[in-house]
Design a protein around this ligand. Structure first.
Ligand code: ATP
Ligand code: MG
Ligand code: MG
Ligand code: MG
Length: 563
């Protein structure tokens, strides 16, 4: 594998449009290139990383007894109408019409198609347990694609679906997947947590997310050091400990509404960094705030709002996740005296009146005054809030951390099988509804998440398991004895099954060092004139401060043992 022949377009400068370090480094290391918003090409080195992640996921899924299949990315609207999600899913679902005027969508997920398959192919209890998975391209028309492949519109997902004859059996299938996921993330060399999660637009009774811990993560995780309880903030919103007392002080009035099921601290979130309020939405109708929501899926909220307001949610403005609604009557909260065309954080602090949710289902407060009732709230306040709010499991004070959702497993129950009529014949010949689970892993997001956790000033620090190559061999000159020895070592390594890149370019050694570090190659071998005299090469681990000299004759076997 010769560097000179490969497309590895590394960049010296940080691209100006990349906000987070993983996005910057993926561009700089020549792993990806942008085609359109949230749509990326994987270049040869990036694809090698992606394929390694994919291989680990595939191995562990197979080992857990799941069977691989491949479903279409284009799906008929009919199936989505049967499940009820054609209307429910909102605008993340990209829809189109074919030449015969039939409606289709680009699949954001595959519950409908797999359940359709199950209702045709699963006849009896003997056909289960069954677990089917695929590694396939998904499309979600994300309202705000960003951070490169982290929140893309087109991305690679592993999605598995389990089919069982009873809730007990389904619980077992869920546990098997949970274990498999832990093996996958262990092997990937990531620091992660497993947290209780909200089921969002997929639905079902309960779910767990696998979170890669990183400060740039869009999700907030509440964890209890005392009992180990851990949940996504979406699932276990931290509440103002004194919410009822705060109400009269703020002259809040609780109003019943089916729309604004949310929490009082929405307003507090507003004054924190945009990242921390990715899940917070203030909806503005006709220039007036009509609702704030912190829970659930943005698209689902928008559909709910659309139903209530009879209006289209038009656009998301600014970095603070504010959605503008126009064209319909303000159906439930009434005008609250707010007209703001700008939505940056600084301006948010100036918003005089907002409608915020109460700590209660189907209710919200009117008359909330941001400046008065949540003045000066910061991330630190948020932590205190979390600390002030007892752990739902043991009552001890929990802590708050940020994470990147890389996996999500769901107990679906009979949500889809009931809607689509997927039944089987039980032992006694009775028709019963199949019990399902579904299990997603963001294969492409994992690459970005790994880089968020593994990087330094010089570039990416990939875990060995997913590095584009395990070894880079750097001859100090592109011809002569150094080059010949490097070529021999490169060939020996490949013969031993070690993937290795030979930097045969005729350029300054310094550039070779930089590129090898930027790419995050775990082991670097330098073949130079001095070493040639003493019969040694210089071996350096990406994470070690200093190189070591090893005998050239044994170099290949020594290195092969390290990978
Ligand atoms: P998020 O909360 O980040 O929007 P999600 O909960 O909508 O994710 P799921 O429906 O649970 O996502 O999909 C399974 C997995 O697919 C997620 O855990 C995540 O790793 C990955 N994923 C989801 N959306 C994206 C995206 N836009 N870009 C890259 N990966 C994604
Ligand atoms: Mg999503
Ligand atoms: Mg999520
Ligand atoms: Mg999810």
């Amino acid at each position: 594998m010769n560097f000179s022949r490969y497309l590895i377009p590394t960049l010296k400068e940080n691209p100006s449009d990349a906000e987070v370090v993983s996005h910057q480094l993926m561009l700089r290391a020549g792993l990806i290139r942008k085609l359109a918003g949230g749509i990326y090409t994987w270049l040869p080195m990036g694809l090698r990383v992606l394929r390694k992640v994919e291989a680990i996921v595939r191995q562990e899924m197979n080992a857990a007894g799941a069977q691989e299949l491949l479903m279409p990315g284009v799906q008929p609207a009919e199936l989505w109408r049967e499940s009820g999600r054609w209307d429910f899913y909102g605008r993340e679902l990209l829809r189109f019409v074919d030449r015969h005027d039939n409606e289709y969508c680009l699949a954001p997920t595959h519950e409908e198609v797999i359940t359709d398959l199950a209702r045709r192919e699963i006849q009896s209890y003997r056909d289960m347990p069954l677990n089917l998975y695929q590694i396939q391209t998904k499309f979600r028309d994300e309202i705000r694609p960003r951070f490169g492949v982290m929140r893309a519109r087109e991305f690679l997902m592993k999605d598995a679906y389990s089919f069982d004859a009873s809730e007990d059996a389904a619980a077992q299938s869920y546990q098997i997947m949970r274990q498999a996921y832990m093996r996958i993330f262990d092997r990937l060399g990531l620091r992660y947590g497993v947290v209780e999660a909200d089921s969002g637009s997929i639905g079902g009774s309960f779910s767990h997310e696998f979170m890669v811990l990183a400060d740039t993560g869009e999700d907030a995780i509440v964890s209890c050091p005392a009992c180990g309880y851990s949940a996504n903030l979406e699932k276990a919103p931290v509440r103002l400990a004194d919410a009822p007392a705060a109400a009269p002080k703020a002259e809040l009035q609780e109003v019943a509404t089916p729309a604004a099921h949310t929490a009082l601290q929405v307003a507090k979130f507003l004054k924190t960094k945009p990242k921390s309020i990715a899940k917070t939405m203030i909806y503005i109708a006709d220039g007036k705030a009509v609702a704030a929501m912190v829970r659930g899926d943005r698209e689902v909220n928008e559909v709910k709002l659309k139903n209530i307001l009879g209006a289209d949610v038009l656009e998301l403005a600014g970095p603070s996740a504010i959605v503008e609604v126009t064209g319909g009557p303000v159906g439930f909260s009434g005008p609250v005296g707010l007209t703001i065309p700008v939505y940056a954080d600084a301006e948010l602090a100036q918003i005089p009146w907002l409608v915020v949710g109460a700590n209660k289902a189907d209710a919200h407060y009117t008359g909330f005054n941001l400046g008065r009732d949540a003045a000066g709230a910061t991330i630190a306040d948020l932590r205190n809030l979390a600390a002030g709010d007892p752990c739902p499991s043991c009552g001890a004070p929990p802590t708050l951390a940020r994470g990147i959702e890389v996996g999500h497993i769901f107990r679906l129950g009979t949500k889809y099988s009931k809607a689509l009529g997927a039944t089987y014949l039980d032992v006694d010949g009775q028709a019963k509804t199949i019990v399902m689970g579904c299990y997603g892993i963001g294969v492409s997001r994992i690459v970005a998440a790994a880089i968020e956790q593994g990087n330094d000033e010089a570039g990416i620090v990939f875990p060995l398991a997913i590095a584009p190559v395990s070894v880079a061999v750097l001859p100090m000159r592109a011809e002569g004895p150094a080059m010949e020895a490097a070529q021999r070592l490169h060939d020996e390594l490949w013969a031993l099954g070690v993937d290795c890149l030979l930097d045969d370019r005729d350029i300054r050694p310094g550039v070779k060092f930089k590129d090898s570090d930027l790419l995050g190659v775990p082991l670097r071998v330098v073949v130079g004139p001095k070493g040639l005299e003493t019969g040694e090469v210089e071996l350096k681990k990406r994470t070690a401060p200093q190189p070591e000299m090893i005998p050239m004759a044994q170099a290949a076997t020594i290195i092969a043992k390290l990978v």
